[in-house]
Design a protein around this ligand. Structure first.
Ligand SMILES: [Zn+2]
Length: 169
């Protein structure tokens, strides 16, 4: 491309309206040229024990003292009986993979990762845990296969999280 052509393209861009047309409704939409970077800060004060647990290589859930309902991810109150009398329990980290899928089209905040596999493991305690699966080749996975949870370090952010490790029979 010659310099002249490049300039023409830039010039055209500059003079165009920041408007796109919604093809479905044939209506004008204003499109912002500024990208926002969002960073969330959420209070985890009431469930901080969960994060301490990860550092101790433990997967912790909360259990309602009143009705025995188990919560994972942990909740500081029981949505079943509305009690906030909860206790911490350590999960076995062992169970059965109930479903899985490979993610090729990622949410924006996950776009820097290579394609990854996610799934649900039903732990012995009857709790379903959604997490990444260490196996990237979905052909090696089967519904009903045994698996376990491992506390892992997620790169490149370098934080502790948990992942499903399939166990071959
Ligand atoms: Zn309860």
């Amino acid at each position: 491309m010659s310099n002249e052509t490049t300039l023409t393209v830039v010039e055209k861009k500059r003079k165009s309206l920041p408007i796109i047309i919604d093809q479905k409704r044939n209506a004008y939409l204003w499109e912002s040229n500024r990208e926002l970077k969002l960073k969330y800060m959420l209070s985890v004060e009431k469930i901080k024990r969960f994060f301490e647990g990860l550092a101790e290589n433990k997967l912790l859930a909360t259990k309602c003292e009143k009705c025995n309902e188990l919560y994972f991810p942990p909740q500081s109150f029981c949505s079943k009986c509305l009690s906030n009398n909860m206790k911490w329990v350590e999960l076995s980290k062992e169970g059965e993979i109930v479903t899985f899928t490979k993610i090729y089209v990622k949410p924006t905040s996950f776009s820097h990762y290579a394609d990854y596999t996610i799934g649900i493991i039903r732990l012995k305690e009857g709790i379903n845990v959604l997490a990444w699966i260490s196996e990237k080749n979905v052909n090696k996975l089967k519904v009903g296969m045994k698996g376990r949870i491992e506390i892992v370090n997620r790169e490149p952010e370098n934080y502790l999280t948990y992942e499903i490790i399939p166990i071959e029979n």
